[in-house]
Write a protein that binds this ligand. Structure first.
Ligand SMILES: [Zn+2]
Length: 75
């Protein structure tokens, strides 16, 4: 099976509709026109960006937050 076909390289450069991104989170291909989000030049599916930011986000430290408020109030 011959995989290298010269015709592949003759695809017009302005064929933006076939442009493919790769989801930074799950490595799946994202085609132009699909719902996706760009953050710092990284592309995510909508579902993946939610998962990714839930993973990297810290849960709010409510006790520390309230202590900070008290600290600033009494300053
Ligand atoms: Zn993904």
């Amino acid at each position: 099976m011959e995989m290298l076909d010269d015709r592949i390289y003759l695809t017009p450069l302005d064929n933006e509709a076939d442009k493919v991104y790769e989801c930074y989170f799950c490595d799946s291909a994202i085609y132009e026109g699909e719902d996706c989000y760009r953050v710092d030049n990284l592309i995510y599916f909508e579902d993946c960006i939610n998962k990714h930011f839930k993973i990297i986000a810290e849960k709010p430290d409510m006790e520390g937050y309230l202590a900070d408020l008290e600290y600033h109030d009494t300053k």
